[in-house]
Design a binder for this molecule. Structure first.
Ligand code: HEC
Length: 179
């Protein structure tokens, strides 16, 4: 019987594993040969890196919520100002708009200019409340690009300058624990 040695009952366990091993080797060699052959004809390109921008809501959740909280209330005792009914005051002056582009979360977020503009507009509209003026000017990607280029130095000190200006205009600004 020419196929006697392949009869399962007659194969010793070790031989069985060796046999299966060589079958697997042969199979994978055959498969990789197939893939290589296919490659030569139709190169398989790696999937492009994701280029799509996320929605402002998604970016807020992923990049901002950890510090600013789901309700925008932040953690005033921890130095994270409350957005509610305050944050849109910053949009009223050129310096205020510039300050917003240099807060730690925005500087470190590696978002595109457009995503920063959108997440900032989202914050203004969602939590600006009574500080959001009827003439609110939304941020654009172009403005973000321009304001990010400036150097405001120490952002905590810069906030004080901005806040003094806003308060002189009668605009509300969130309490902030740093001297
Ligand atoms: C690691 C914590 C942290 C994260 C994350 C963070 N922020 Fe902030 N944010 C702060 C702190 C601290 C301040 C106060 C800045 C200062 O010291 O002047 C601030 C201030 C702000 C302000 C101005 C509020 C005010 O009253 O001064 C805005 C607007 C803001 N952040 C937006 C964002 C956005 C948008 C994101 C996400 C892309 C973000 N932040 C992520 C910590 C954070």
């Amino acid at each position: 019987m020419h196929n006697k040695k392949f009869a399962p009952m007659r194969v010793k366990p070790l031989n069985g594993w060796l046999l299966r091993g060589s079958l697997l080797l042969a199979l994978s060699a055959g498969l990789s040969g197939y893939v290589q052959a296919t490659d030569a004809v139709t190169p398989i390109k790696p999937a492009p890196a994701p280029q799509g921008e996320l929605s402002p809501q998604a970016n807020y959740v992923l990049r901002c919520l950890g510090c600013h909280r789901p309700d925008g209330a932040g953690s005033p005792a921890g130095g994270i100002p409350d957005f509610n009914h305050y944050v849109a005051s910053f949009a009223e002056t050129e310096r205020g708009r510039e300050y917003l582009m240099h807060v730690p979360g925005v500087v470190g977020a590696s978002l595109s200019d457009n995503e920063i503009a959108e997440v900032m507009n989202y914050i203004m509209q969602r939590w600006g409340g009574t500080s959001l003026r009827a003439n609110f000017q939304p941020f654009s990607a172009e403005e973000v690009a321009r304001l990010r280029q400036t150097d405001v130095g120490d952002v905590v000190k810069y906030r004080r300058i901005v806040v003094a200006e806003l308060q002189a205009m009668g605009l509300p600004v969130a309490d902030y624990p740093w001297p």
